[in-house]
Design a protein around this ligand. Sequence first.
Ligand SMILES: *[C@@H]1O[C@H](CO)[C@@H](O)[C@H](O)[C@H]1NC(C)=O
Length: 236
Amino acid sequence: MRAQLTQRMLLSLVLGLLFLNTAAMGSCSANYQGLLQQLQSQADLLQDTSLLLDPYIRLQGLDTSELRKLCKERPGAFPSQDALWELSRWDLLHTLNATLGQALHRLTALQQDFPKARDWLTVTMNIRGFQNNIHCLSQLLRASSETAKPTQASPGASPPPIPASDAFQHKLEGCQFLSGFHRLMGSAGQVFREWGKTPRRSRRHSPRRLALRKGPRGVQLFRRGRRLVPMGQLPR
Ligand SMILES: *[C@@H]1O[C@H](CO)[C@@H](O)[C@H](O)[C@H]1NC(C)=O
């Protein structure tokens, strides 16, 4: 238990420093794999229900098997795992970014409801870091893509309204939101893990890769330098 806590603190510290480092420099790392790995680590950390959902359930007195059943995320509140897989890389980044921006608002409103301020801080800091990494990854994709276009916020990314009918309803909505949030981060982690295995093979965003694969054998290097985006802008 203690070792686990220490490990998490270290991890959040490292992730926080990575974020601060990037933010302070005001520029983005051009290391595609490095950014993916940071996003993965952050998603892995944020999917952990012991950070927010579990303590929330205990503190709000929802810790019975009956009530826990009601704490499932509401369908449509967050993009489903299947929906995430359907998206192009570009759309996925924007959907996650927009969804997390809204989640951050909601978490700020719920701040008083978490017993451990430190865990709440870890989460919000890593959401910001995650968004920053998304920003950097979008820039890399844009640099290596001729077809990238800005996209509208996708449906399903909007948070459910908070009717606040009564206190109990409010608690339930809080835990449903947290369930969905942790689940979304787990799904996002899986998608990024898959990206890491198949570097830039997406249909829309890898003209370079596509050109290399289709090109006649033996001229890859030449084509790469001559026909495509200048090397400096490409993720390495
Ligand atoms: C991510 O969302 C924030 C608002 O939460 C916005 O300011 C920023 O431009 C978005 N970045 C990208 C890459 O979409």
